[in-house]
Design a protein around this ligand. Structure first.
Ligand code: GDP
Ligand code: IMO
Ligand code: MG
Length: 429
């Protein structure tokens, strides 16, 4: 068997959590392969709403094993909060949750560094979720990080103190008053205590060498779905650098983030919103800074799942979508939040950019940072509610036209049209 992949083709928050949950009954294993608690994946069913940051979105199916892979970075405190939230709803996921020994840990001072770096950047700030993502991946690559497998090694505290001391030197350099900086509403030293309690609990979860585990189960004929976090346009190599996250969010990241070879990548599901959103700084060519953008935000309830920040909104960007399709090798497209376009009489779509007077479908080196003009096509909206539809066949003709438009422009079939946040509001084509 091969590892199927589901990932976001835009700037994150495409609805990955919802769809992974919907697809979970088809898979034996769901595995996260990159990112960390900067992710916020929402799952809604039977009147419940859950937001997961570290735990894979397959956790609501008792028969599915969920793996936090080596490419993920874990904040034990946030993971513990997620586990507690699930336990409050009488769900105990610990039996079905396996954690890679090689996943790196976000320590409290990583979060301080994130805050110090963003502060120092001033107006040029990235708009990070401030979960310590950049500093933790930096330490991983700098060969200075601490991993899950270190927790039970006997010299964990020593490793922790050495890394923290290095961070404090940097914080002093930035004149960052870390003793008074609040993390989760408490001072650094109080937070550190909570963090250590959570490390102890993380030490008791099931740890595995996930690369062996995953390759073995594939050989046994079991099915695995890799769950992406963030989106392709936030990829550290191909996103609008430096306004990106610090991991490879694209299909290539599955190989390094789970320890499978490229020949073992199966079907790639590419998920996108029927329009675009972005949270944080950085170029966004189709962004609408007018009342249309406000309407998309209001109807789509576009506020961050992790930080609550308002998301920037704009029309669908076909060149950016095609770029993501190219990078990921997408087999099937899944169109999300189609219902959010229902109030619009006409819907615009960007089909090309005009850069220095030249029409282009390519994203330039500086990631569309400079002023560009958009080539827009206008499609007739359906202008009626679609959130109660049970079959795509019953959708208004204009919905079919919109789907067909995307299929023709991208050359990739759309297999799912999502019409609401609930599991049930998912139409298969
Ligand atoms: P993720 O990070 O890709 O998992 O996406 P988020 O959970 O951060 O953001 C997606 C938001 O849209 C969540 O609040 C979902 O509940 C919601 N959502 C998902 N699919 C749909 C849909 O088809 N229609 C509507 N209206 N909301 C959706
Ligand atoms: P999910 O998995 C949307 C954005 C941040 C910021 C930039 C860098 O829920 O789709 P970081 O915290 O990684 O240093 O932030 O990336 N960002 C996301 N935007 N969805 C996400 O995850 C994101 N994770 C990071 O807003 O602009
Ligand atoms: Mg999200």
């Amino acid at each position: 068997m091969k590892v199927d992949v589901l990932l976001g083709l835009q700037w994150g928050d495409e609805g990955k959590g919802k769809i992974v949950d919907v697809l979970t009954p088809k898979y034996d294993i769901i595995a996260r392969f990159q990112g960390g608690p900067n992710a916020g994946h929402t799952i809604e069913f039977e009147g419940n709403k859950f937001i997961l940051h570290t735990i894979p979105s397959g956790i609501f199916n008792k028969n599915t094993i969920n793996i936090i892979g080596n490419g993920v970075i874990i904040d034990p405190f946030i993971l513990q909060k997620e586990l507690n939230n699930l336990k409050e709803k009488d769900l105990d996921p610990t039996d079905n949750l396996l954690v890679s020994n090689k996943a790196h840990l976000i320590i409290p001072s990583h979060r301080l560094l994130d805050a110090a770096y963003e502060k120092a950047k001033g107006k040029g700030k990235i708009g990070s979720t401030l979960k310590g993502i950049g500093p933790t991946y930096t330490d991983k690559v700098a060969r200075a990080g601490i991993r899950v497998g270190d927790i039970l090694s006997g010299n964990f505290k020593e490793k922790y103190e050495a890394l923290k001391a290095k961070h404090i030197d940097i914080l002093d350099f930035y004149n960052f008053d870390y003793t008074n900086h609040k993390l989760d509403g408490v001072t650094f030293s109080d937070y550190e205590q909570k963090w250590f309690d959570a490390v102890e609990k993380l030490g008791k979860l099931k740890h595995i060498d996930s690369e062996y585990f995953i390759n073995n189960v594939l050989n046994e004929g079991k099915s695995v779905l890799a769950e992406g976090a963030q989106g392709s346009l936030l990829d550290v190599d191909f996103g609008s650098y430096p306004f990106v996250t610090s991991s490879n969010t694209i299909t290539a990241g599955v190989c390094s983030g789970l320890g499978i070879n490229p020949k073992k990548v199966g079907k790639v599901y590419g998920i996108f919103k029927a329009y675009c959103t972005r949270v944080g700084s950085g170029p966004f060519p189709t962004e609408l800074l007018d009342e249309t953008g406000d309407k998309l935000r209001e109807v789509g309830r576009e506020f961050g799942s992790t930080t609550g920040r308002p998301r920037r909104c704009g029309w669908l960007d076909i060149p950016a979508l095609k770029y993501a399709i190219m990078l990921n090798g997408v087999d099937e497209l899944l169109m999300m939040k189609t219902d959010v376009l229902s109030p619009f009489e006409s819907i615009e779509v960007c089909t090309a950019y005009k850069i220095n007077g030249k029409v282009s479908e390519e994203i330039p080196f500086d990631g569309l940072a400079k002023d560009i003009e958009l080539e827009l096509e206008s499609l007739k909206g359906w202008n009626k509610d679609i959130d109660r539809l049970e079959s795509i066949k019953d959708a208004p003709q204009e919905v079919h036209n919109y789907v067909k438009f995307v299929e023709e422009k991208t050359g990739i079939p759309v297999s799912v049209v999502s019409v609401g946040p609930d599991r049930k509001q998912t139409l298969f084509k």
